[in-house]
Each structure stands twice: as structure tokens, then as C-alpha cells.
Design a binder for this molecule. Structure first.
Ligand SMILES: CC(C)(COP(=O)(O)OP(=O)(O)OC[C@H]1O[C@@H](n2cnc3c(N)ncnc32)[C@H](O)[C@@H]1OP(=O)(O)O)[C@@H](O)C(=O)NCCC(=O)NCCS
Length: 332
């Protein structure tokens, strides 16, 4: 008779235990932006809400931002690095194919022998990472998972491209996810549409960049992205809420990816959230920092007192792929 295999057994539920963020020090306001592209402060604010964005300064990298955000999240979780047994970093800004940024960051944090890997899910990256972290905790594959979203998009932005230069920014957000005896996170609602892969993409592969002596930049066809975000993604946000068994009035916070304030406004019209729901608008001061944006927005709302422990929050990330992921979470 075969000996039965011992299967892993995880926690019945998971919860977010701590959140942290790292904001780069260099402030780039719209006035400076207009020295690179033919635009105006008024146009940028009206089309996106952005007043200023943050870029990395000398000595700041996607790695240092990841480390800073992670340390804060681990400390706020009441844990030490040794308690973390898996590290996931969502990024499209780590321009080294291997080793993963997560393995390097795990070692520098002191998460000894933690599983570590990067994922590429662009602006949906924070939600992909947190959703995966929840699954690892519930499956028993890990107990405390560190999920980081970190970007230095300023290094991949064509400063002469007036359709993208004003939008993209840098930063990192992190969450530690661990076991819970009660449900605190709704189902992950996620998906992709690779038929629209070309609407946000790199303009050349790195080998092509080397061959041409150029660097590779992000290009975007803004209108189809805007249309997709305000229709399909707004509906996905509604589905995420329904999947958690909640109605709009059950929410305290709505934290969508900080792509553009007009996209957030359109989502609010679809979701019909009551005025009591606090809505993230960190794009105004931090720009669109892709996988970092939701973690940074959560952190800012916690630090300002807008978000309180126990609050119910709907988050949804969406971006290049096209990919998206939404989930209802509880603020730690
Ligand atoms: C990028 C975005 C703000 C551009 O706005 P838009 O209204 O679609 O802009 P368009 O490219 O159609 O251009 C509209 C007009 O503004 C002008 N314009 C374009 N870029 C400009 C700029 N940077 N400054 C000033 N004017 C600009 C165009 O020339 C055009 O002028 P015209 O009407 O005289 O021809 C918008 O498409 C958008 O928000 N898309 C979603 C992008 C996004 O969120 N991406 C991230 C997803 S993760």
C-alpha cells in the first residue's frame, strides 16, 4: 500500500498585518515637466489631476525603495525580517533578468531562507502580489509573506514624449500578509487581455536597444487605455465588491490604481459609492507609479488618519498587459 503524501495545511484565512511605503526624494512639478514637453500645468492637472510627481534622486533605486517600504511594513506588522518566509516583488523596473530583485531584497532585509520571486504585472502588480501572498498563507506554503510593488518608471520614460512623460513616476509600497482566524480579505478578481498588449508596451526589446544604442521606453495609446479602465475595469471593481458579499455602503475606502483622476471619477460614477467612502487621490502629489501606487496610497491614507484600523477597503489595480486585479481588504 502506498504511504499517503502529507499535504500542506495553511491558515483558514489571511490578513494584511502591516503596510509601508517609500517615496523618492526628487519632486518634479508640472513647471519642470513643461521644460521637457510642450504642455502646461493646466492641461496636465485637468487631464490627470497630477500637480507634481516623485522621481528617484542620486542613490535611490528600485532596490533601495523596496527595502525602505519593506522595513516599514514589517515593523508595523510587529514582526522582524526573520519572520518573513516569502518575498514577492512586483516590478517592471528591475532591468536585470536574473537574479530576481526579491531574492536580493530578501537577503538585505535579513529574511533568511525566504522564498523569493519577482512578478511582472505592471500597474496591477500590488494587487497581484497581495492576492498571491494571501493564497500562499492559506495554502500553507508560507506564514508571513512580504509583497512589494516598486517602480522607477522615470528611467523608462521618454522625456520627449508628450503623451506619457507627465504621467509616470517612482516609488514603492509594501504589505505583509499573514494568518487569520476570521475572513478579512475578499476573493481576488483578476484577469488579462493580451489582445490589447500593444496599447501600453516597451518601444523596443533590450537587445534591440543595445543594437540601436538607444534605451527602451514605455509607449502608450492613452485613449483605448482610458476606455478600458472606465468601462471594463469599473465593472471589475463592482464585481470585486460583489464577490466579497458587500454593497457600496459597506465600504470605508476606495483605493484604485493611481492612473489618472479622471479614470477614478468615472469608476466612482459606475460604483455609485456613498460620499462617506474615502477615495485615494495620491496621484496629485506622487504621479502614476504603477505597481507602487496602491501601497503608497494605502500608506498615505493610514498616516493621515483617513484610513483607520478595521476599515474595509476596495482596491483595484490595472495596467499594461492588459492585466487587472481587485480585492477587498481590511486595513491593519
Ligand atoms: C494620456 C491622456 C491623459 C491623454 O488625454 P487625451 O484626452 O486622450 O489626449 P489626446 O492624446 O487625445 O490629445 C488631446 C489633445 O491634447 C493635446 N495633448 C496631448 N498631449 C498633451 C500634453 N502633454 N500637453 C498638452 N496637450 C497635449 C493633443 O495634441 C490633442 O490636441 P487637439 O485636440 O488639439 O488635437 C488620456 O488618454 C489618459 O488618461 N489615458 C489613460 C492613461 C492611463 O491612465 N494610463 C495608465 C494606465 S496604467
Amino acid at each position: 500500500m502506498r504511504v499517503p503524501i502529507t499535504a500542506s495545511k495553511g491558515s483558514p484565512y489571511a490578513r494584511i498585518e502591516g503596510i509601508g511605503a517609500a517615496i523618492p526624494s526628487r519632486v518634479v512639478d508640472n513647471e519642470e515637466m513643461c521644460t521637457y514637453i510642450d504642455s502646461s500645468d493646466e492641461w496636465i492637472q485637468q487631464r490627470t489631476g497630477i500637480v507634481e510627481r516623485r522621481w528617484v534622486a542620486e542613490g535611490e533605486t528600485v532596490e533601495t525603495l523596496s527595502l525602505d517600504a519593506a522595513r516599514q511594513a514589517i515593523e508595523r506588522a510587529g514582526l522582524t525580517a526573520a519572520d518573513i518566509d516569502a518575498v514577492i516583488i512586483s516590478t517592471v523596473s528591475h532591468l536585470v533578468q536574473t537574479p530576481s530583485l526579491a531574492a536580493v531584497v530578501a537577503a538585505k532585509l535579513g529574511c533568511s531562507d525566504a522564498a523569493a520571486f519577482d512578478i511582472s504585472a505592471a500597474c496591477a502588480g500590488f494587487c497581484y502580489g497581495v492576492g498571491m501572498a494571501e493564497s500562499l498563507v492559506r495554502s500553507g506554503a508560507a506564514t508571513h509573506v512580504l509583497a512589494i510593488g516598486a517602480e522607477t518608471l522615470s528611467e523608462m520614460t521618454d522625456l520627449s514624449d508628450r503623451s506619457t512623460a507627465f504621467l509616470f513616476a517612482d516609488g514603492a509600497g509594501a504589505a505583509v500578509v499573514g494568518p487569520s482566524d476570521v475572513p478579512t480579505m475578499g476573493p481576488l478578481v483578476w484577469g488579462s487581455d493580451g489582445d490589447q498588449a500593444e496599447v501600453i508596451e516597451m518601444d523596443r526589446s533590450w537587445p534591440e536597444a543595445v543594437a540601436t544604442g538607444e534605451t527602451s521606453h514605455i509607449t502608450m495609446d492613452g485613449r483605448p487605455v482610458f476606455r478600458w479602465a472606465t468601462t471594463f475595469i469599473a465593472d471589475a471593481a463592482s464585481r470585486t465588491l460583489a464577490a466579497a458579499g458587500l454593497a457600496p455602503e459597506d465600504l470605508d475606502l476606495f483605493v484604485p490604481h493611481q492612473a489618472n483622476n479622471r479614470i477614478t471619477d468615472a469608476m466612482l460614477r459606475t460604483l455609485k459609492l456613498p460620499d462617506t467612502v474615502k477615495v485615494a487621490r495620491t496621484i496629485v502629489n506622487f504621479g502614476n507609479n504603477s505597481a507602487a501606487s496602491i501601497g503608497i496610497a494605502l500608506n498615505s491614507m493610514i498616516e493621515s488618519g483617513e484610513a483607520r484600523s478595521g476599515d474595509t477597503c476596495l482596491m483595484i489595480g490595472f495596467g499594461a498587459g492588459l492585466v487587472y486585479a481587485g480585492q477587498v481588504i481590511t486595513i491593519p
